[in-house]
Ligand binder design. Structure first.
Ligand code: PGA
Length: 254
C-alpha cells in the first residue's frame, strides 16, 4: 500500500496571536488544494486554540511541539495531553533535536512522552537524527538506530500506525545545509530496516519516515522523490505560506 505523504510545519518559538492564525489560513488553503498530502502545523502552546479556530474544518492536523507524560498534577510549567486534546490537538512532536540538545531531553524521557501520546490515541511524530560530529565519525546509522529503539520501546505494532518518524540530521536544521537526496535516502532506508527488525515488514513498509533539515521549495522535489522519503518536517520554510505551500504541493506530487 502506498504511504500517504505527511508534511508538518514546525513553527518553533515563532508567530503571535495575529500572524499564527493568518499563517494557518494559508496552510489550510494549500492543504485543501493538495489532498494527496497529509498536512500538520506544530504551533506554540499559547496559540493552539486560535490556530485551531483558523483551520476550522480544513484538512490540517493541529499539532503541539511538546507535551508532558503525566496526566495532571504538580508539574509547574508542563502541559498534559488531556489539555492538548481539549484544544483539539491531534499530533505531537517528540524528540525534536532542540529538545534533545538544547533542553537536555534524554532518550528515556522521549520514550515516556511517545508512549503517552500513543496511549492518548494521538499521532506521534518521533524525531531522530545525528549531530555533525557523529556523522563525521561515521555514527549516523548507529545514532539513528539507538534513538529509534529507545524512542519506540514498548510501542506496539498496532500503535505504529499512529507514529511518523522524522529523520532530521541535526547539522542540517536551521543551517541552510541539506542532506543530499542520496544520503537522506540511505538513512531513511536504514531506519526502515530497523523498523522491520523491531516489528515486521508490513509495519516497516506502512510507516511514514519524513525528512527534516533546511527543507525548502528549491530542494523539496528532489528529496521527496526518494523512495523512502515520505514527506517532511519543515522549520524555517514553514513560516511563510509562499514557501510551505510549494513543499506541500511537491509532497502531494511525489
Ligand atoms: P529547518 O527546521 O527546516 O529550519 O531546518 C527543521 C526542524 O527543526 O524541524
Amino acid at each position: 500500500m502506498p504511504r500517504k505523504p505527511y508534511v508538518g510545519g514546525n513553527w518553533k518559538m515563532n508567530t503571535d496571536r495575529v500572524t499564527g492564525p493568518a499563517l494557518a489560513r494559508e496552510v489550510a488553503a494549500s492543504a485543501q488544494a493538495n489532498p494527496g498530502c497529509e498536512v500538520a502545523v506544530f504551533v506554540p502552546f499559547p496559540y493552539l486554540w486560535a490556530v485551531g479556530e483558523a483551520i476550522g474544518s480544513a484538512p490540517v492536523a493541529l499539532g503541539a511541539q511538546d507535551c508532558y507524560f503525566e496526566p495532571g498534577g504538580a508539574f509547574t510549567g508542563e502541559v498534559s495531553l488531556g489539555m492538548l486534546q481539549d484544544c483539539r490537538v491531534t499530533d505531537v512532536l517528540t524528540g525534536h533535536s532542540e529538545r534533545r540538545h538544547v533542553l537536555g531531553e534524554t532518550d528515556e524521557l522521549i520514550n515516556r512522552k511517545t508512549l503517552a501520546v500513543l496511549e492518548a490515541g494521538m499521532t506521534c511524530v518521533l524525531c531522530i537524527g545525528e549531530l555533525l560530529e557523529e556523522r563525521e565519525a561515521g555514527q549516523t546509522d548507529v545514532v539513528n538506530e539507538r534513538q529509534l529503539r529507545a524512542g519506540l520501546a514498548g510501542v506496539t505494532a498496532v500503535q505504529m500506525a499512529r507514529v511518523v518518524i522524522a529523520y532530521e540530521p541535526v547539522w542540517a536544521i536551521g543551517t541552510g545545509k541539506v542532506a543530499t537526496p542520496e544520503d537522506a535516502q540511505a538513512a531513511h532506508a536504514r531506519c526502515r530496516a530497523v523498523l522491520e527488525d523491531l516489528y515486521d515488514s508490513i509495519t516497516a513498509d506502512a510507516t511514514r519516515i519524513i525528512y527534516g533539515g533546511s527543507l525548502k521549495p528549491a530542494n523539496a522535489a528532489e528529496l521527496l522523490a526518494q523512495p523512502d522519503i515520505d514527506g517532511g518536517l519543515v522549520g524555517g520554510a514553514s513560516l511563510k505560506g509562499a514557501d510551505f505551500g510549494p513543499i506541500v504541493e511537491a509532497a502531494g506530487r511525489a
